[in-house]
Structures are given as structure tokens and as C-alpha cells.
Design a protein around this ligand. Structure first.
Ligand code: ADP
Ligand code: MG
Length: 829
């Protein structure tokens, strides 16, 4: 196991033993991120794992003990998905208790425990080389000396150099970008004399005296240390850690953090978190960088080396960022930022330095995204002008009036279709906001001009549903045989017929699943591609569909709202229409979290609704009990529910192991009210539209992600009647689960998406497919909306002035940009 993961395991175990009081580390578990993140990178831990840890621990403090337990367990399991070896039971770690007779105890909550680290037999995986891949780190103006091997430095022999490559440092240039993992701020210390009872503080002093005395008749012991900083002395007590008596030496400097307590009128600290301090730092009175280390690299040695290199070379690093950008974004020059990030003069300078370095990362990302957009827009596309009367007649024929959000989205699309450039639009609308009709109208515009449309959906249930509603919405424009459904289950004969019809342009719209993407499917005149629930598809599939036409227009739709910061970064090459309005008459779904014992109440509500002619969903996380987790399973419970609980009602069963044909049949029967209740797994999750359903009961709700829960809830509340979402967790104590509470609090998909991003971090939020872009970031965070917007604005302004970066003042930037992106990193979103 990687040392950093091993460390994590220890802290988690300690936290578990402390009853999830967020006390395994002084100041809270989030504090460990100061050092852990850097160490994990050095260990080569996968970025998505690091991000998952960072995100969970950041929000840890705000959780209830039960949610904390959930969070840590979930996180550890997540780590196990990537590193299965971490899940093996560990022998308990020896506690360095030299000569102690105590029962084995878990390791102490001390963040740094070098002895334990050294005892780990682990070859660390080499870290990747750094500055070359850092945006803006290298251009032709970069002094050649920065390419020099580390052996040019005094005191660094080949063996040392070899060791440093493990930290990712191959050249002097790499050293500039080997950032400290945290800092010790000696400029803000509190004198002991000024401490107050009850305060939570860090103080530094030298050890005056160390004594050990037995307590409880010799069954336990206390090590007492008198720490003085010249202003006053403080008594530290450490219970049951007798080995500390050997560790602490008179005259040693110690940094201790903890709560100031009182004992017999004097100020004391009980079992504070402590760390040895290098004495010379004490007197320099500044912010000292702490670097991630590896075997045979001492902090002091590395810091000295860094100081040499940084102080000499940082001022000589050319800044590729044009002066205009730097001044209008009020950024620190690169040379100064590199100096300050290693050896900050103040917290303010450090912050400015970090912001500058983070800006570079996002800026290059944004430039790439904008270039992508520009390239896409430089293609020519067929124009599809729309007459007002024509559109008016279509709208008049609809069974409802469009919401203004739908109207706006439609206007956006109308403009795009008549722009002469391929439309590339993301239609983001919360579940139930009515995206389908907008897509149908766009399709109608195209087919009225004799061209073809392909509509891609992730599941056959959804494709079939779109097929029915779009056929219905466009019935005045198209004959039934001009719209066809193509899914995996479609018979070979029919597929053949559809392929022929698409090739000779007698079929105008094809709606289907991945089957549409197959090679033999060719279009005579594909001018619009629509992808529903686009997050279910990869970039390749989007490209595949596009390639079936020549620069066709594209609309991608999603009901998983993407927080603004992420949308700007990842979907920056798309134009975005947001539908943040529900059709009139909809009532927000009432959501309740019930304890498992309250299931009967849920059933009562459900019966009442069914008596009123409504229908209900009951969702289970799994299809059968064979997957040895304690989760109620659809197949088993379907039996019980239909025989014992609701013998008088008609129940349907839907799950992923059924054949697509069977699934569709069940869905149709449910839609046609042949069933009162549909017992299902999450196959209904995406897009299914049965407006008569008013109850969504979710069993094992704590096992679902927030986005998924919101999607499931979106299956009800689609008509005008009040609807209900009932969440029943697996265990009573999971009723405090953070996601469930968030669900009960809000119906707003955008708000929940922000929350989800916070809880899970960008890596998991996006899934691995799209998270690659987040992993290049070392300073910036994808949740930093302000920084992202700033970088985006700057990139836009720059491209407007000099779209191919050909001006002399942009030469360095052009070079650095090309180096970072290479010849196009493909479709960003
Ligand atoms: P989603 O955005 O989740 O894909 P749908 O397109 O499936 O939503 O629409 C949800 C439901 O709302 C459908 O039953 C649809 O007929 C209905 N609907 C769409 N637009 C309106 C509107 N403007 N007024 C009333 N009902 C609408
Ligand atoms: Mg939909």
C-alpha cells in the first residue's frame, strides 16, 4: 500500500475509534490535507482518488457523526476500487511503545511520525516529470540552464539526483515547480503569556523539563513537559504515551497545537498535537515551506537546495503571459510568484502567488476550449431559416404553451440554425423542464427543409418514449413511416429497411440507441444530430454521430445540471441554453426521509394516491439478493409486495436483466395504467415520462448518489397533481445521510449539482471519462468559479484581439500554448 494511503487508513481508524468526532487530527481531519495531498502525489496515487479524498475531507467537518462514518467508509471503499490491496485487513501497527506494558493502542494522532514511515518497506512509484507539462512553464526564452540536471548543484551527487527524480525533479526547471505541500507560519505565533483558557492555539517553545509519573496506582502514566517560549511556560500532559519521555529532550524546540486548559489555576495543554521544530526557523520569523519527501531526503536539506535554486533562477524565468493579461487580471509576475510560492514574505504574497500559478492552469485550459470552439465555428453549415408563421402554426398545434425558458432555448436554436455555422449547443434543463418538445421542434425545422435528423438516447426505453412523443408532436409534418425507431432489439429485417430509408432520404428522423451509431447506418442528408442525456455518452460517440453528416448541427441535452464553474471549463466549447423553469401548474415534489421502521407510513400514502387513480414507483438499488449486500432487492421484494403487501393491486417489475423488449412492454403497460405500481431498479432513472405517477418510493436510498436521486425524483411531479418522493435508507442511522437531507431540502437540480460536486469532487462527479482535465491541475480547483470566470474572460478578450496569437507580444504565449495543448487534445467536452 502507498504510504500516503496507509497514513489515511490510520487516521480513519483513529477517527472511527474516536466515534467520528473529527478529532483524529487537531483542527479536524481536513487539516491533514495540508500535507496529505502532496504526499499522495509523490506516491503516484491516482488523481481521481486524491480528489475524492480532498473533497470528502473538506466537507467532513460539517457532517453529523453518522454521515462522517458514511463518508469515510464510502471513501475507503472508493479507494479500494482503484487500489484493491488497501482493503486487506492490516495487522495492527506497532505503536513505537518502547518498553511499555500497555495494551496495544492505535497509533497516536500525530500527523508526522517519521519512524513509522521509515519502517514501511515500499518502493515508491516514480512521480511524473513536472515542469514540461505545466502550462506556461517553458518556452524558447526559458534559460537553457533550467534544463540542467540536478547534479550541477553543489552537494548533489548522482545518488541524490536519482532520489530527487522520484519526487518528479529531473532538472532545475522542475524544482521551480515542485511546490511546497504546506507551510509553517512562524510569523503569526502567539506568545504563551497571552494565551487564554479555552483557546485553540499553536505555540512554539523549547523544552525545559520532562517528567513521567504513574497514575491510577501505576496502571497508567503521564509524561509532563514544561515548554517555554521566553514569555511564559506552559505545562503539557501526555497520557499513556510513556515512550514520549525518551523522545522529548531538554532544549529541543517543539510546536504544539491544542486547546488551552486549566489545572490548579495554571494553563496546561492535554495531549496536544506536536511536532519537532528546526530551531533556526524559530528565529527567522517567517513562513517556512514544507515539501513532500521521499526516502533519504531530509526536509532541511531539500529546503536548502530549493532556496539556492529558487532565489537564483526564479527571477530569470520569462513570463509567457502577456503584460496586458497580467495587468488586467491583476496577477503577480511569474518570476515573483515562483519565488513567493516557495519562500513567501507574507500570507498575502503567498495567496497572490498561488492565485497566479492557478490562473495559468485554468487560462491555458480555457484557451484550448475556446480554440476548439473557434475551429468548430469556422466550418460552414447549411442554413435553415424559419418563417414566423410556420413556427407559429407549430406552436399553436402543441397541447400546451411553451414556458419562457423553452421559448428562449428554441430562439437560441433558431438563430444557430440560420447562422451558417454548425450549431453546437448544450441544452441544460432540470428533469421535467420539457426538453423533448424543444428538440422535436428543432427536428421539425430540419425535416421541413428536406434534410434528416438523428436522435440518440441512452436506453431503449427512452428511445421508444421519444419515438412516441416526437411522432405525436410532429404528426402534422411527417408521415409515420418517415420517423423510425432503431434500437438493439429491432429485427434485422427492419434494420435493413431503416438503413435503406435513411440512405435514400425517405426516412427523415431516426430515433434510437447506440444502434444508430453502427457503421452500416448512413444518411443521405444528416443535418441535425440530437443527443439526449449526453453525459451517458462519450466524446467518441458524439464525434461518431456527427461524422455521419457533413458539419451537421448538434444539440446535446442533459438533465444532470452541471455547476456553472464546471460547465465553463468542460463545456466551454458549447453554447449553453439553460431551462431553469418548470411548465406551469407543476408543484414541487414533497420529499421525505423515512426511517425503515416507518415504511408502513409510506405504504399508506402510496395506497391513498392509488385510490385517487394515481400510480407509484418503488425503486430498489439491486435486482436480487445475490450481490451480498444488505440492500432490499427488487426481485425478492416484488414477490412480497405483490403477494402480501398489495395483494389487491397490480404490480409490474422492471430491471436491467430483462430483455429490452420485455422492458418496453412493462413500461408501456405502466404508462397505460395497467399497473398501479412499478417495482424497478434504476433503469427507469433516465428520462422516463409517466405524468400520472405521483409517488416515488426509493428503498436503500442512502446507496444512491445525489444526481441519481434527483433524476429518480424527476420521474414524478410531471403532471399537475402534488407528488411525493419517499426516501427510505438501508439503516435507521443512515437517515441522517447528507444526500438524503439535501434532497428533502431542495428540488433545484442546479443547487443539488453544486452540492454533489462539493461532496464528491470533480473526479467522481464527472466520472472518469471526463475527469482527465481536472487531473492536470495542481494549484487550481475546478470549484473555484471566480478564478475560472476570470481566466475565461481573459482568454476571450485575448482571442478577440489576436485570434491566432500571431502578434509579437503574444509570441511566448503562442509557444507555451502549443506546447501545452499539442496538436489539439481533441474534443474537450
Ligand atoms: P425533460 O426535460 O425531463 O426531458 P420532458 O421533455 O420529458 O422533460 O417533459 C416532461 C413533461 O412535461 C412531458 O409530459 C411533457 O409533455 C410536458 N411538458 C413539456 N413542456 C410543457 C409545457 N410548456 N407545459 C406543460 N407541459 C409540458
Ligand atoms: Mg428527457
Amino acid at each position: 500500500m502507498q504510504p500516503s494511503l496507509e497514513k489515511l487508513r490510520k487516521f480513519f481508524r483513529l477517527e472511527h475509534e474516536n466515534g467520528y468526532a473529527n478529532s483524529a487530527i487537531i483542527g479536524g481531519l481536513a487539516k491533514m490535507l495540508d500535507f496529505w495531498e502532496g504526499e499522495a502525489r509523490v506516491d503516484g496515487v491516482k488523481e481521481e482518488v486524491i480528489q475524492a479524498v480532498v473533497q470528502r475531507l473538506r466537507s467532513y467537518d460539517g457532517l453529523s457523526p453518522q454521515s462522517r462514518a458514511d463518508a469515510l467508509k464510502g471513501l475507503w471503499k472508493r479507494i479500494g476500487d482503484t487500489y484493491p490491496d488497501t482493503q486487506q485487513k492490516q495487522r495492527s501497527v506497532p505503536n513505537n511503545g518502547e518498553g511499555t506494558q500497555q495494551k496495544p493502542r492505535p497509533s497516536q494522532p500525530t500527523p508526522e511520525y517519521p519512524k513509522q514511515e521509515q519502517s514501511q518497506p515500499k518502493p515508491r512509484p516514480p512521480a511524473p516529470p513536472r515542469s514540461d507539462s505545466v502550462p506556461g512553464a517553458r518556452t524558447s526564452a526559458t534559460p537553457a540552464a533550467l534544463d540542467a540536471k540536478l547534479t550541477v548543484l553543489q552537494g548533489v551527487g548522482p545518488r541524490h539526483a536519482e532520489t530527487l527524480t522520484k519526487l518528479g525533479m529531473h532538472t532545475l526547471g522542475d524544482m521551480l515547480y515542485y511546490f511546497p505541500r504546506r507551510y509553517d507560519d512562524y510569523s503569526q505565533l502567539k506568545p504563551i503569556k497571552t494565551l487564554w483558557y479555552g483557546e485553540q492555539v499553536t505555540v512554539i517553545g523549547t523544552i525545559q523539563n520532562v517528567t513521567t509519573r504513574p497514575i491510577r496506582g501505576g496502571k497508567a502514566s503521564i509524561v509532563e513537559v514544561i515548554l517555554s517560549d521566553g514569555t511564559a511556560a506552559l505545562r503539557l500532559s501526555f497520557f499513556n504515551q510513556p515512550w514520549l519521555a525518551n523522545r522529548f529532550k531538554q532544549g529541543d524546540a517543539l510546536s504544539v497545537s491544542g486547546k488551552v486548559d486549566q489545572y490548579l489555576g495554571r494553563l496546561v495543554m492535554n495531549s496536544p498535537d506536536w511536532e519537532a521544530v528546526e530551531t533556526e526557523n524559530l528565529h527567522t520569523n517567517r513562513i517556512v515551506p514544507i515539501y513532500s519527501l521521499t526516502e533519504r531526503v531530509a526536509q532541511k536539506w531539500l529546503r536548502g537546495l530549493m532556496k539556492q535554486v529558487i532565489e537564483y533562477w526564479a527571477p530569470n524565468v520569462p513570463d509567457a503571459l502577456p503584460e496586458s493579461v497580467r495587468s488586467s487580471a491583476r496577477l503577480m509576475p511569474l518570476a515573483e510568484a515562483l519565488l513567493q510560492v516557495h519562500f513567501p514574505d507574507s500570507q498575502d504574497k503567498l495567496k497572490a502567488a498561488r492565485e497566479r500559478l492557478a490562473f495559468d492552469e485554468i487560462f491555458y485550459l480555457q484557451m484550448g476550449v475556446l480554440r476548439q470552439k473557434r475551429d468548430w465555428k469556422s466550418a460552414e453549415a447549411k442554413r435553415f431559416p424559419v418563417a414566423d408563421e410556420w413556427l407559429g402554426a407549430r406552436l399553436a398545434g402543441l397541447p400546451f404553451t411553451l414556458t419562457s425558458a423553452q421559448q428562449n432555448a428554441l430562439n437560441d436554436i433558431r438563430k444557430d440554425l440560420d447562422s451558417g455555422q454548425p450549431m453546437n449547443r448544450l441544452l441544460q434543463g432540470d428533469v421535467g423542464s420539457g426538453k423533448t418538445v424543444v428538440a422535436a421542434l428543432a427536428a421539425g425545422i430540419i425535416t421541413s427543409n428536406g434534410a434528416q435528423v438523428a436522435i440518440l438516447a441512452p436506453t431503449s426505453i427512452l428511445a421508444e418514449q421519444h419515438y412516441r412523443s416526437i411522432t405525436n408532436l410532429l404528426k402534422e409534418l411527417l408521415q409515420p413511416e418517415e420517423i423510425r425507431l432503431l434500437v438493439g432489439d429491432t429485427s434485422e429485417a427492419e434494420k435493413e429497411e431503416i438503413r435503406a430509408g435513411l440512405a435514400n432520404n425517405t426516412i427523415k428522423i431516426v430515433i434510437g440507441t447506440h444502434a444508430i451509431l453502427e457503421d452500416p447506418v448512413q444518411f443521405a442528408e444528416l443535418q441535425l444530430a440530437i443527443i439526449d442525456e449526453q453525459h451517458r455518452f462519450g466524446v467518441e460517440q458524439r464525434a461518431q454521430l456527427r461524422s455521419k453528416g457533413t458539419s451537421p448541427h448538434l444539440v446535446v441535452m442533459t438533465a444532470t445540471p452541471i455547476p456553472r464553474s464546471l460547465a465553463l471549463t468542460l463545456y466551454g466549447d458549447l453554447d449553453i441554453s439553460i431551462m431553469n423553469e418548470m411548465p406551469a401548474g407543476r408543484q414541487p415534489v414533497n420529499t421525505y426521509v423515512l426511517r425503515p421502521q416507518e415504511r408502513e407510513r409510506a405504504f399508506t400514502l402510496l395506497r391513498g394516491q392509488i385510490k385517487d387513480g394515481k400510480q407509484a414507483f418503488i425503486i430498489y438499488p439491486l435486482i436480487d439478493e445475490s450481490e451480498k449486500i444488505e440492500a432490499r432487492a427488487a426481485v425478492d421484494d416484488y414477490e412480497t409486495l405483490s403477494k402480501e403487501v398489495f395483494p389487491d393491486l397490480k404490480l409490474g417489475l422492471l430491471h436491467g436483466r430483462m430483455r429490452p423488449g420485455e422492458k418496453d412492454e412493462t413500461m408501456l403497460k405502466f404508462r397505460d395504467r395497467k399497473y398501479n405500481i412499478l417495482v424497478s431498479t434504476t433503469v427507469v432513472e433516465v428520462g422516463v415520462d409517466v405524468p400520472n405517477a405521483t409517488v416515488m418510493l426509493i428503498e436503500g436510498a442512502d446507496r444512491f448518489g445525489l444526481a441519481q436521486l434527483h433524476q429518480l425524483r424527476g420521474r414524478v411531479g410531471r403532471g399537475s397533481a402534488q407528488s411525493y418522493c419517499l426516501l427510505i435508507p438501508t439503516h435507521e442511522n443512515a437517515a441522517e445521510n447528507e444526500r438524503l437531507l439535501a434532497m428533502a431540502e431542495s428540488n433545484d437540480g442546479f443547487l443539488l449539482a453544486e452540492k454533489d460536486l462539493q461532496l464528491r469532487g470533480p473526479g467522481e462527479f464527472l466520472g472518469t471519462r471526463q475527469s482527465g482535465y481536472a487531473s492536470g491541475l495542481r494549484m487550481a480547483s475546478l470549484t473555484d468559479v471566480q478564478l475560472i470566470e476570470k481566466a475565461r474572460t481573459q482568454a476571450q478578450v485575448l482571442f478577440e484581439k489576436d485570434s491566432d496569437l500571431s502578434r509579437p507580444e503574444h509570441a511566448l504565449l503562442a509557444e507555451a500554448f502549443a506546447r501545452f495543448w499539442g496538436e489539439g487534445k481533441g474534443d474537450v467536452s
